[in-house]
Design a protein. Structure first.
Length: 220
């Protein structure tokens, strides 16, 4: 999904305004925000596959290291999927194992899916009660969880680039599944209105020169 700017009088799309912001400042903003999931500030990083969500999550987690609470756990929704067909239906697994315990102020856990073995691994991954939890992946900021989010981020990038990134990472043999996955993303984001309801929209492929480990490009 690509996020464009508004249209002008001629009907042509006006390029969006892009502003460079620091992960360190965003980390402070998150920690200053209200905890809505029990005692935890839940950050959801959403957007289509290949947009740069995992990278954004890692840099934000790194920026939180020096602040009270230290580096937060990062849950990748891809680790919760029961294969390709579980694109959006994995949510009860995330909610039951991770979000529900944290609502009660208790630690959670989940089992990571092995895309090689095509099954969930037996050893649970613990999710402790911390000041911040980052959940990253397609549909992470879906409507059902918005009331509990301290921050909703939507990361976007041009479709051809996202496709190229995925193929480079996983190989051309995933193309049939990937195209089906992209279609599912588009349908979900349109129905959920995810980008419009996000607190922050990020350009995952900025043309501006910047230190990507310290700064990101915000789309306004």
């Amino acid at each position: 999904m690509d996020v464009g700017g508004p249209t002008g009088r001629s009907g042509a799309r006006v390029p969006p305004v892009v502003v460079v912001e620091a992960y360190a400042e965003l980390a402070r903003r998150v920690l200053a925000g209200p905890a809505r999931l029990g005692r935890t500030r839940l950050v959801a990083i959403d957007g289509p596959s290949g947009a740069g969500k995992s990278r954004f999550a890692a840099h934000l987690a790194d920026a939180l290291v020096a602040l009270p609470g230290g580096r937060p756990p990062v849950v990748h929704t891809d680790d919760l999927l029961d294969g390709w067909d579980d694109q959006l239906t994995f949510w009860p697994r995330l909610d039951g194992g991770v979000l529900a315990p944290l609502r009660r102020g208790q630690p959670g856990a989940y089992r990571r899916y092995s895309w090689v073995r095509r099954c969930f691994l037996p050893r649970p991954v613990p999710v402790p009660v911390t000041p911040v939890l980052i959940v990253e992946g397609v549909s992470a900021a879906r409507a059902v969880v918005r009331p509990e989010l301290t921050l909703a981020v939507f990361v976007t990038a041009p479709t051809p680039l996202r496709l190229a990134r995925a193929v480079q990472r996983d190989g051309p043999e995933i193309l049939p599944e990937l195209r089906r996955w992209h279609a599912g993303e588009r349908t979900h984001f349109a129905a959920d209105d995810t980008a419009a309801r996000a607190d922050l929209v990020v350009d995952g492929a900025p043309a501006l020169p910047l230190d990507g480990s310290r700064y990101y490009a915000r789309v306004r």
